[in-house]
Design a protein around this ligand. Structure first.
Ligand code: GLN
Length: 326
């Protein structure tokens, strides 16, 4: 029995779970267990109730417009109010895409359906016919740990933050909140909202630990997480980061890189490949065995740096990638 335990509430796991978002729960659990900290996960979906005050961290995944509409009555019936109270109480939240949109005021779909959400944080989302789809890269602002995050986005919604609301990070490659202002996600109190599916946490261990520390410190003030051997996770992170940077520059198409990869396992969480040199993680968090050593050729990564908006409004690299995480 662990001395310390993090209590996680997974909201709407059956409805909001695109691209294996549930893998984020597995990742958090495993990274806690590796440090001798327990994790208790409670799933709460439509029609179910729980005492929200007992939880430390809430996780909400992404969903299609249809599922987002299905949830509206349940949010109105009381969960919306409880979620707002939990946010005000300083609970930690990780919300992805549809789950992120849900904490804002509303989502108006591209075909005009209005989803009035809970309005816990001042932002709104408007659907566009052109979806933002693909691997993307952003850098968290310092108050959210400052790490670089590799992810995968697929959303029609364009999210606009209110003037007093901070984003989670700055887009380096991809669309992010709206493909216009260069920002990604939201950070409000202890809420971390992002468009990054994937799942996002296994291949972004620094971001995962920042989140876990935020949540744990509410229950155990001053707790610091012990460092882990993150060689596999960082190999995955750095490989995706390099691949995204290169494909943004057009030096290598993502289709080509996917074609040269061979999937070798299922869920990535907890797997420790024997040889790390050729085991990055693809955009859906699956370990891949890679043949193309060219991906890591330093000469191909030279002089890349963020260049702001492209003609389509999305950010792309034209300069130096952020340094590899050692
Ligand atoms: N349905 C929403 C949109 O398209 C959210 C999508 C998602 O969660 N991936 O914007």
């Amino acid at each position: 029995m662990s001395e310390k335990t993090l209590r996680i509430c997974h909201l709407y796991p059956d409805l909001l779970n695109l691209y294996g978002d549930r893998g984020n729960i597995l990742c958090m659990r495993r990274r806690l267990e590796w440090r001798g900290i327990g994790a208790e996960v409670t799933e709460v979906t439509v029609g179910e109730q729980a005492d929200f005050t007992q939880f430390d961290l809430f996780f909400i995944g992404g969903g299609q417009d249809f599922e987002q509409e299905v949830l509206l009555s349940d949010l109105k019936a009381g969960k919306g109010r409880e979620i707002k109270a939990a946010i005000a109480d300083g609970k930690t939240f990780l919300t992805i895409c549809g789950g992120y949109q849900m904490l804002g005021s509303y989502y108006r779909t591209w075909d005009g359906k209005q989803c009035d959400f809970i309005g816990a944080i001042d932002y709104y989302t408007v659907g566009s016919k052109e979806r933002m789809i693909g691997n993307f890269l952003f850098e968290c602002l310092p108050e959210s740990g400052g790490s670089t995050v590799v992810g995968f986005e697929n959303h029609s919604g364009k999210t606009y933050l209110g003037s007093g609301v901070s984003p989670l990070g700055k887009v380096l490659v991809g669309g992010g909140n709206n493909g216009e202002d260069g920002y990604e996600g939201v950070r409000y109190q202890n809420v971390f909202g992002t468009y990054s599916h994937g799942p996002v946490l296994p291949k972004n261990p620094a971001f995962c630990d920042h989140l876990l520390t935020t949540a744990l410190q509410q229950r155990y003030p001053n707790l610091e997480l012990q460092p882990l051997d993150d060689a596999a996770e960082l190999a995955a992170h750095n490989t995706m980061r390099d691949r995204i940077g290169m494909s943004a520059r057009g030096t290598l198409s993502q289709e080509k890189s996917a074609a040269s990869s061979i999937a070798v396992t299922g869920a990535s969480v907890g797997r420790r490949p024997a040889s790390l040199a050729s085991f990055p993680v693809n955009c859906s968090g699956v370990y891949f065995c890679r043949r193309a050593s060219m991906f890591r050729s330093p000469s191909r990564l030279e002089s890349l740096r963020p260049s702001g908006a492209t003609s389509s409004g999305a950010c792309a690299y034209s300069g130096a990638l952020p340094p590899s995480v050692p």
